[in-house]
Design a protein around this ligand. Structure first.
Ligand code: NI
Length: 225
């Protein structure tokens, strides 16, 4: 399931983040990829050693946690600190699947990557190319969103970033360990939650809706690990 979440950040928030990011230190992006993915990766990343990095990273987490759609779709158990990347002309990231395990440098704990998130920090008209292309069972999906919008997709999916041919593409990206590791189970829970939300707004809290809501929570109890 690919989920577009609009306006995770306001345009003013995007401008403020970009002001700090654009003036900061960037390093070769290959460092954060596994050995196979590193071969396909041509971009730069905002230095995680920079004193500007922790508050910028936290701003993305705070904004995402305020989004009910994100919480329902990702069912986050552990959110790895968001990083920032920049694709200038000629930069690209070929087809790859993200590493299954990432180290959370703050705590030294290993985190399973279930859900990948990209928050766009450049407007689509600011660059050519640079589409995020995600393959799933229904085919290939090209994603290029307004600055401040996010896309959420399973970390298990094959994906790439097309070469940028003009301008520059700046984005934040992060991984989430979900309470529910299976992408199909997560997508069923998300559908159920959204459908219940609609039914509740149409009919109020009927006895049937309360029962189904109970099943939603009991399914999470069954599947969370
Ligand atoms: Ni990736």
């Amino acid at each position: 399931m690919l989920l577009h979440i609009p306006e995770v950040l306001t345009k003013v928030q995007v401008q403020e983040l970009r002001r700090i990011l654009d003036a900061g230190a960037w390093v070769d992006g290959a460092g954060s990829a596994g050995p196979l993915a590193a071969e396909a990766k041509r971009n730069v990343q905002f230095s995680i050693e920079s004193s500007d990095y922790p508050p910028l990273s936290q701003a993305i987490v705070t904004a995402l946690e305020r989004q009910p759609l994100f919480v329902s779709a990702a069912l986050p158990q552990h959110i790895l600190p968001p990083m920032f990347n920049r694709y200038a002309v000629g930069n690209t990231y070929g087809n790859h699947v993200d590493n299954a395990i990432q180290m959370d440098r703050r705590s030294g704990t290993r985190v399973r990557t279930d859900v990948s998130v990209t928050v766009f920090l450049s407007e689509p008209e600011d660059y050519e190319g640079g589409e995020l292309v995600v393959d799933d069972t229904y085919g290939s999906h090209e994603v290029k969103l307004p600055a401040g919008d996010a896309i959420v997709y399973p970390s298990s999916s094959l994906h790439r970033v097309e070469p940028v041919t003009a301008g520059a593409r700046v984005a934040s990206f992060l991984w989430v360990q979900s309470l529910v590791s299976d992408a199909w189970q997560r997508s069923m829970l998300f559908d159920l939650d959204m459908t219940l939300l609609k039914l509740r707004s149409q009919l109020g809290n009927t006895e049937e809706i309360v029962t189904l809501t109970g099943h939603y929570h009991n399914l999470i109890r069954q599947w969370a690990k």
